[in-house]
Design a protein around this ligand. Sequence first.
Ligand SMILES: NC(=O)c1ccc[n+]([C@@H]2O[C@H](COP(=O)([O-])OP(=O)(O)OC[C@H]3O[C@@H](n4cnc5c(N)ncnc54)[C@H](OP(=O)(O)O)[C@@H]3O)[C@@H](O)[C@H]2O)c1
Length: 367
Amino acid sequence: MAATRQVNIAIIGAGGVGKCFLAQLEQLAARRPTPKIVLCYIASSKKAVYSADHAPIALSSAIATLAASSQAPLGLPGLADFLLSSGAHKSVLIDNTSSQDIADAYPAFLRRGISIVTPSKKAFSGSYQLWQDIFSASAESGACMYHESSVGAGLPIISTLRDLVDTGDEVTKIEGVFSGTMSFLFNSFAPASGTGGGKWSAEVAKAKALGYTEPDPRDDLNGMDVARKLTILARIVGLEVESPASFPVQSLIPAELESAASGDEFLARLPEFDAQMEATKAEAEKEGKVIRYVGSIDVATKEIKVGLQKFDRSSAIAGLKGSDNIFSFYTKRYGANPLIIQGAGAGGEVTAMGVTSGLIKVISYQS
Ligand SMILES: NC(=O)c1ccc[n+]([C@@H]2O[C@H](COP(=O)([O-])OP(=O)(O)OC[C@H]3O[C@@H](n4cnc5c(N)ncnc54)[C@H](OP(=O)(O)O)[C@@H]3O)[C@@H](O)[C@H]2O)c1
């Protein structure tokens, strides 16, 4: 049996975020010797490392050990059994994947007292039933559920919004640029300075070349990533959003290119549609404004929307730089000047920070 004051951790997912998280976990374990933090399971989609006696896996070499392993991952119910059989006073699952199957299993883990920390949006932006099952399982068992990095990566978005709601402030509106890709595209295409900005298709191609887009840029331009994040925020303020498909999302994919066979074909044909985006940009410029791709939630009217809007050049949204995100929370307490959180909304290190901070909360939580 493990020592009483021990937190046993299972990690699934050792990609960009998972690797950064492991490095942060190593520092955390050194900084906080009590309770003892023990990594007893790590897996990718095809491999795993664990032993029947829950022996600690060395954090500094966990990635190399996983790469060299010939062990197959445990099934999800088997993983829960494995974690609970260790006798540690707390067990935590860190889900660093974007797997829907794993997300669907969160209620089962939570019901059995296993806390979960994840940067994935999957569990919180799918069906409303799954959202309810997750948080009722957590409330019943006392196991914690943290997903700070599911919106805005390491930016303190989820925790701030929950604090506003839990302390009794009245959130009236949330607005912002919630996608690093969209931020980069529009800051380049329609700079607030009014000068520069290439053709839309050239900006999309540049963003892809710099690694700011998904391999097929349509996966960013369809707006679904923003819609998923808005769904999460709307649910936190109490709106029963059934799914990201329940509100209007403006896709920036020309209808004629929806069925292009590949991302490359899409990019090759995108210049045919530059005039449309140029006209939208020019119309905003005539009013002294710039276009930005934003998401907004009007809490009173329950109106949620994602798409292009015009903003004054002097506004915080127009003045964003690079691929930064910005989130504006309008509340009764904050009055006319919203609480604004701005900064990098993607990247392994900052995303892992949101995971590590969630783990620290689980460890500190007295249950
Ligand atoms: N990167 C960012 O900037 C960022 C920002 C915010 C949120 N996130 C979220 O963070 C999560 C991880 O992102 P990432 O960039 O680290 O992704 P990634 O580099 O693609 O890594 C994903 C990892 O998960 C593993 N995996 C995938 N499906 C699995 C399954 N069914 N069972 C077990 N392992 C599985 C993969 O294993 P294999 O290699 O064997 O497939 C890989 O180790 C995602 O949910 C993402 O949306 C990322």
